[in-house]
Design a protein around this ligand. Structure first.
Ligand code: COS
Length: 384
């Protein structure tokens, strides 16, 4: 439900210009330095990009899901690193508070996240617990009016930059699965909280991940999200439902950019005396990519509208993440193929995109986890 078409159009136009004029020209610098320049971060703050999805009463723009995916289509037309910096504040870093936080927690943290004063991070994955998230071992033991957290989180996006973490930890060691897990807000600088060294990744230079280590880290008991033990896994799953839809939208935008680049190259590049775009085998790759992007875009918009209509979109979000991330991988592969040898050298951005988009099929739930969620929901619904 788009609330105000005119305001949305202004936002989309501003963003599209910002991507074209500021972010695309900075892509190589970010890839080489592994850093987003400070002036660009400041501009992202000024445009309000850190608070896109945070409700207006807490200082954000309060976009609907449909508005959010339209914005995601635009911002994904450049290096995913830019999106990643604002992604946790709008998504997995803040959503736990938004969906399940107490009023006090929301009032205290959300305005700081919306302005970009604080960067938020989501700490679920561990060295021994990835796809099987409910098996996590990080513990939180109650001690008076505090919890004492011990354990290690792995591959945590924006951890090196984060001022605040949503941390899933086991408060009840007797319950091995999901029911023993609670979600906490932990601030940077809390004694016993350490950030590991930044991971060296295949792609997405400029977006940082690292371990987050808790050693007898004492967190005030009031920092348990929603004030309730044992519901942290469900909070994490609700956060991921929305996150998966957002990533699917990002896959659409990235695929559109790669196809635009491949099309331009195919029109310019001459072989056998004419542009390679005139050859039907090249045309097949262009056409298949176009059709698949259109399908993914339509799915994402449909699921977003359903979420705005308050429907449970757990299945649809997984369908979108599964299809759009795999589609994005296929488009990346064809775009490299269309570029030929030029697609394998870093002078052309497709070489970088090919590596960058590989992550989409893995994080916020692998393709195989999306298959599992979809099939389980189908079977459960059929048995009801
Ligand atoms: N919304 C709300 N609640 C949900 C939910 C959702 N989308 N999905 C599951 N739950 C609830 C279930 O209803 C269940 O509650 P009850 O015990 O009260 O019935 C509880 O959470 C446990 O769910 P389930 O039994 O399905 O958990 P499993 O351990 O079997 O596994 C999967 C669930 C595999 C789907 C989950 O671990 C997962 O998504 N793994 C991937 C993690 C991931 O995406 N990591 C990426 C890194 S984070 S960026």
């Amino acid at each position: 439900m788009i609330r105000d078409q005119e305001t949305l159009n202004v936002l989309l136009d501003t963003l599209s210009r910002f991507v074209r004029e500021r972010l695309v020209p900075a892509e190589n610098e970010v890839a080489e330095t592994d850093l987003i320049p400070a002036d660009i971060v400041a501009e992202m703050r000024d445009i309000g990009l850190f608070g896109l999805c945070i409700p207006e009463e807490y200082g954000g723009l309060g976009l609907t899901m449909e508005e959010e995916v339209l914005v995601a289509f635009e911002i994904a037309r450049t290096s995913p690193a830019f999106r990643s910096l604002i992604g946790t504040n709008n998504g997995i870093g803040s959503q736990g508070l938004i969906v399940d936080g107490t009023e006090e927690q929301k009032r205290y943290y959300l305005p700081k996240l919306a302005s970009g004063e604080l960067i938020a991070s989501f700490a679920l994955t561990e060295p021994g617990s990835g796809s099987d998230a409910a098996s996590l071992r990080t513990s939180a033991r109650r001690d008076g009016d505090h919890y004492v957290i011990n354990g290690t989180k792995r591959f945590i996006t924006n951890a090196p930059e984060a001022g605040v973490f949503t941390v899933m930890a086991r408060t009840n060691p007797d319950i091995k699965g999901a029911g023993g897990i609670s979600a906490f807000i932990v601030e940077k600088g809390t004694p016993g909280l350490h950030i590991g060294k930044t991971d060296k990744k295949m792609g997405q230079k400029g977006a940082h991940t690292s371990d987050v280590i808790f050693e007898d880290c004492r967190v005030p008991a009031v920092n348990i999200i929603g004030g309730k033990e044992g519901v942290g896994f469900k909070t994490a799953m609700k956060v991921l439902d929305k996150g998966r839809l957002h990533i699917a939208a990002i896959c659409v935008g990235a695929a559109e950019r790669m196809l635009d680049d491949a099309l331009r190259y195919a029109i310019e590049r001459q072989q056998f005396g004419k542009p390679i775009a005139d050859f039907q085998l090249i045309q097949a790759m262009l056409a298949d990519s176009k059709a698949e992007i259109y399908a993914a875009r339509s799915m994402v918009l449909d699921a977003a509208r359903r979420r705005d209509n308050k429907e449970d979109i757990s299945t649809e979000a997984s369908c979108c993440k599964l299809f759009a991330s795999e589609m994005c991988g296929r488009v990346a592969d064809r775009a490299v193929q269309i570029h030929g040898g030029a697609g394998y050298v870093s002078e052309y951005s497709i070489e970088r995109f090919y590596r960058d988009v590989r992550l989409f099929r893995i994080y916020e739930g692998t393709t195989q986890i999306q298959q599992l969620v979809i099939a389980r929901n189908m079977i459960r619904n059929a048995q009801q």
